[in-house]
Design a binder for this molecule. Structure first.
Ligand SMILES: [Zn+2]
Length: 208
């Protein structure tokens, strides 16, 4: 065996070892990249699903195209979320105040919901009505939505009875807003107590 053939054998062995070592590194890097990409796609889909759920949830106030009257509807947020997780979209109603009588309607209100977006959420509609208004009793502003947690503002009807807007069926709110006046939560509680327990309330003239 000549010196050249020995050197050639060593070189071949070296190349083979180098190739095996680096090929495994390449394979690992490739698998790792694929795993990272797959994980990224899963994260993107989960975020899209959460956004779809948040966009679709909540009761909305629409004008029913069939009778042109207000209707309270809810989108199917859960199915919209599952569809988004699989890369699709789902934009259908889950409930309507006109169901079950109109359960098989064509859901022609969906374009209105799509156009108005979050603006037709009942809470947004209510906040719009209270905006700039003050309590009819104490004259304190009632339009600070941040104060509404657990203390919903109320309304006083033509019969002088007060009721919180959360107790009014959403589809009745447009009619109620036309004839009722805004009342703050504190005055609503006081007026309710006064109405239900008149024997425990004594009105004294104010001292100046
Ligand atoms: Zn008040």
């Amino acid at each position: 065996m000549t010196m050249f053939s020995l050197l050639g054998a060593d070189l071949l062995m070296f190349l083979r070892t180098w190739k095996e070592a680096h090929m495994s590194t390449f394979v690992y890097a490739f698998i790792l990249s694929l795993s990272g990409l797959a994980l990224l796609m899963v994260i993107i889909r989960v975020v899209q699903a959460m956004r779809a759920f948040l966009r679709a949830r909540g009761r909305r106030l629409v004008t029913c195209p069939e009778n042109h009257c207000p209707a309270a509807v809810e989108l199917d947020a859960k199915r919209a979320s599952f569809k988004a997780l699989r890369g699709g979209t789902h934009f259908r109603l889950q409930s309507c105040s006109r169901w079950p009588e109109m359960k098989d309607c064509a859901q022609d209100c969906l374009p209105e919901i799509e156009a108005l977006g979050q603006g037709c959420l009942v809470r947004s509609v209510v906040a719009g009505w209270y905006k700039g208004k003050s309590c009819v009793y104490c004259h304190k502003p009632v339009d600070n939505v941040a104060d509404w947690t657990g203390h919903l503002p109320a309304l006083m009807g033509p019969d002088a009875k007060t009721v919180t807007w959360g107790d009014v069926p959403p589809e009745k709110l447009p009619d109620v807003f036309a004839t009722y006046q805004p009342v703050c939560w504190s005055c609503h509680i006081a007026e309710t107590f006064r109405r239900e327990h008149p024997e425990l309330v004594t009105d004294r003239p104010a001292r100046w």
